[in-house]
Structure formats: structure tokens, C-alpha cells
Design a protein around this ligand. Structure first.
Ligand code: 5GP
Length: 197
């Protein structure tokens, strides 16, 4: 998605070879028109596949899952990171280890909202180590639902997330795939190196 690559070049803050900040337009302040366009792009990629639910994890996947849900005309569900007050039997849950935050947490969703009749598109902001998305695929499997695919906004292709998901037979689509980066520099997959501002 060209417009997304341009925004990353112009506004992305590359803090190190592994951490990209996109707080000005994607996951703190959100460019709402861009978020809607991202949802439409996911709907275009997965057109013709009868998706019934979009699934993400709070907090920074929510705006893109909502945009995809609007474009596909289906509900979206976000997994919660805080332990729900409801009984353990009422939720599907999975463990996620965050390498960025160096902590392990459980994500959960109510059993009421996902079941064997569902065909699910998982959406998230970043695909890095893949831990969060693998946790969501575990939840889809536990629900007996069908996983149609994963759509992520930015993939850091030099990290292991895509490989991990593809090993599990998951179809992965990313709208901007970063091959390598460093402060002041970003190169997207299948592109020549371009220097950022
Ligand atoms: P994972 O390592 O499980 O693929 O990524 C988990 C979450 O960490 C992502 O959904 C995203 O919210 C956050 N994350 C991972 N890498 C980055 C990064 O480079 N920049 C930002 N802003 N968030 C990231």
C-alpha cells in the first residue's frame, strides 16, 4: 500500500534496527481516513471469502479491525489483555509473550462471540515476533472456527513472525513490509533502499 509506505517514510520514527514508532498516524494519534483505507484494503485482499468476524487484540489493533469490519460489513471482536471478571469456562484464552514489553500475559474473548460456524479474519497493527497473532490463531482453533487469514498493517519482515504463522499454514498479508531499517533509513521488501527524513 503505497500511501502507507510514504507515511512511514515521512513520519515513522525509527528508534533502532527493530523498533519503529508510528504514533503520529497509526497507533496513538490515528489518521482516521488512513485507518478506513487500510480496512478497505484488507476487504479487497480477502474479497470473495465469506468472512463472518474480524478478530484483533487490544489496544492498537482495534481501529484497523473496526475499519476492516466496516468494509466487510461484519462485527469485529477484540481480545482483552486484562483478566475478565467472568468465569474461566466462559472464555477462550491464550498466553502471549511480549518481547517488546518483556512480559507474558493472557488474552481472552468470550465464548459467546466466536464458534465453529465462524470464518475469521485476524487483523493487527504490527507483525513482529508473531506472538500476539499466534495467540489469536490459538483462540480461533480453540473455538473450532475457520481461520481465513491474517492481515497486518506493518510487517517487520526481518523478524520471525511471518515464518511462524506460515509454518502453521496461515495465509498472511501485510500492507507494508519492512525488509530492514535503522535510524533515518527504511527499505521495504522488493524495493531499493530509500533514505527517510
Ligand atoms: P509481536 O512481537 O507479537 O508480533 O508484536 C506484538 C505487538 O507489539 C504488536 O501488535 C505491536 O503492537 C507491538 N510492536 C511490535 N513491534 C513494534 C514496533 O516496531 N513498533 C510499535 N509501535 N509496536 C510494535
Amino acid at each position: 500500500m503505497k500511501v502507507l509506505q510514504e507515511r512511514i517514510r515521512q513520519e515513522g520514527l525509527i528508534l533502532s534496527e527493530t523498533v519503529l514508532k508510528v504514533d503520529s498516524f497509526l497507533n496513538h494519534q490515528v489518521d482516521t481516513q488512513l485507518a478506513l483505507a487500510i480496512g478497505q484494503e484488507f476487504a479487497r485482499i480477502f474479497a470473495g471469502r465469506p468472512i463472518t468476524k474480524v478478530l484483533t487484540v487490544e489496544a492498537s489493533g482495534i481501529q484497523f479491525a473496526m475499519a476492516a469490519g466496516i468494509a466487510l460489513n461484519v462485527p469485529f471482536i477484540y481480545a482483552k489483555k486484562k483478566k475478565a471478571v467472568t468465569l474461566a469456562e466462559d472464555v477462550y484464552s491464550a498466553e502471549v509473550h511480549s518481547f517488546t514489553r518483556q512480559e507474558t500475559y493472557r488474552i481472552s474473548i468470550s465464548r459467546k462471540y466466536l464458534g465453529p460456524e465462524d470464518r475469521v479474519l485476524i487483523v493487527d497493527d504490527f507483525l513482529a515476533t508473531g506472538a500476539a497473532l499466534v495467540g489469536l490463531t490459538d483462540i480461533v482453533a480453540e473455538a473450532g472456527a475457520e481461520l481465513v487469514g491474517v492481515g497486518c498493517v506493518i510487517e517487520k519482515s526481518f523478524q520471525e513472525g511471518r515464518g511462524l504463522l506460515e509454518q502453521r499454514g496461515v495465509e498472511v498479508h501485510a500492507l507494508a513490509r519492512i525488509a530492514e531499517m535503522a535510524p533515518g533509513f527504511v527499505r521495504f521488501v522488493e524495493e531499493n533502499a530509500v533514505h527517510a527524513e
